[in-house]
Design a protein around this ligand. Structure first.
Ligand SMILES: C[S@@+](CC[C@H](N)C(=O)[O-])C[C@H]1O[C@@H](n2cnc3c(N)ncnc32)[C@H](O)[C@@H]1O
Length: 312
């Protein structure tokens, strides 16, 4: 298997996701194919569709999975189009769907992607480098208020306004070409925690550029519709904004009733679609974090598709 990106919590992914050895699985974020590889190993008569928005990832996954012959297909797509992508590959129901969110170490470490504040590169940040506006485009067309909103909402950064002002001032001076320039503009506001602030601002811009939170909401909805009863959805999130969306989505799907508490009986008729499997959040072991420090923020949640009329 290829190295470069160490897949996170692989044993846990297999434990929660692989409900049948002959199942059909969709890896919505196949990356270098690490998780896909483990799924296929543990489902020896199963099949897998691997999706990624990054064409370079698909190329790497093809090498990682080559030993599995006809048992897998790979396609470049955004998981916000999960239903249509699955249909195009002849899948109308499946047994397990994995989302390992965000970006891979290979994407982070490639300066040309502009994802790291530690590398000098273009202010790009697109996970699909073939389409859509870059982070530089977003900054170029934003007013201070708008940019501050992005930094506050997607970076959970309290000092969003002074940071946005400093970035826009650098832009106006014509000094905002590279990720180093961006980091310099952020640090000019003299944040107390330099690394944390840089991480939050880069996260915010990346989420905005890739419309990550809307894609996640939409991908989860489509995943539930694709799962057959007993099938599982497993999500690994790396920051609280994503994890909150997953948690709330699972809770709403398990308890969709919107009737006032005083009503003796449900009148809204909304049926549960999922049963939460991981009542307690699953995190990497200390040994895994020691081996792979980038795993430290990972949080895994799993839910199981209910049959019609079934109660959680
Ligand atoms: C953490 S990495 C996954 C690593 C993978 N599990 C492995 O074992 O190599 C996340 C991957 O998801 C992809 N990705 C992020 N958002 C996506 C989206 N909305 N649709 C499809 N792929 C996406 C990224 O391009 C990246 O390759």
């Amino acid at each position: 298997m290829q190295s470069g990106h160490l897949p996170v919590m692989t044993a846990e992914v297999v434990e929660y996701l692989v409900v049948r050895t002959d199942g059909i699985y969709i890896d919505c974020t196949t990356g270098s194919g690490g998780h896909s590889h483990r799924i296929l190993l543990n489902a020896p008569s199963g099949r897998l569709l691997g999706i990624d928005v990054d064409p370079a990832a698909i190329k790497r996954a093809r090498e990682t999975l080559s030993e599995f012959g006809e048992r897998y297909e790979l396609t470049m797509a955004n998981f916000s189009e999960l239903a249509a992508t699955a249909r195009d590959h002849g899948i109308d129901q499946c047994d397990g769907i994995l989302f390992d969110l965000g970006f891979s170490s290979l994407q982070l470490d490639d300066p040309s992607r502009g994802l790291s504040f530690q590398e000098e590169g273009p202010i790009d940040m697109r996970l699909d480098p073939t389409s859509g506006p870059t982070a530089h485009d977003v900054i170029s067309r934003s007013e201070e208020r708008e940019l501050a909103g992005i930094i506050r909402d997607f970076g959970e950064e309290k000092r969003a306004h002074p940071i946005a002002r400093s970035i826009i001032a650098a832009r106006e001076r014509g000094q905002l070409d590279t990720t180093r320039d961006l980091a310099k503009a952020v640090l000019a506001t003299k944040p107390q925690h330099r690394q944390k602030t840089l991480a939050r601002v880069f996260q915010a811009l990346r989420i905005a550029v890739n419309d990550e939170l809307s894609s996640l909401r939409s991908g989860l909805e489509q995943a539930v519709a694709l799962l057959r009863p007993g099938g599982r959805v497993v999500v690994i999130a790396y920051h609280s904004l994503e994890d909150r969306i997953v948690k709330q989505f699972f809770v709403r799907s398990e308890r969709p009733c919107v009737c006032p508490k005083e009503l003796p009986k449900c009148a809204c008729g909304r049926e549960p679609t999922l049963r939460i499997v991981t009542r307690r959040i699953v995190t990497p072991t200390d040994a895994e974090i020691a081996r792979n420090p980038r795993a430290r923020s990972a949080k895994l949640r799993t839910a199981e598709r209910l049959a019609e009329g079934e109660k959680p």
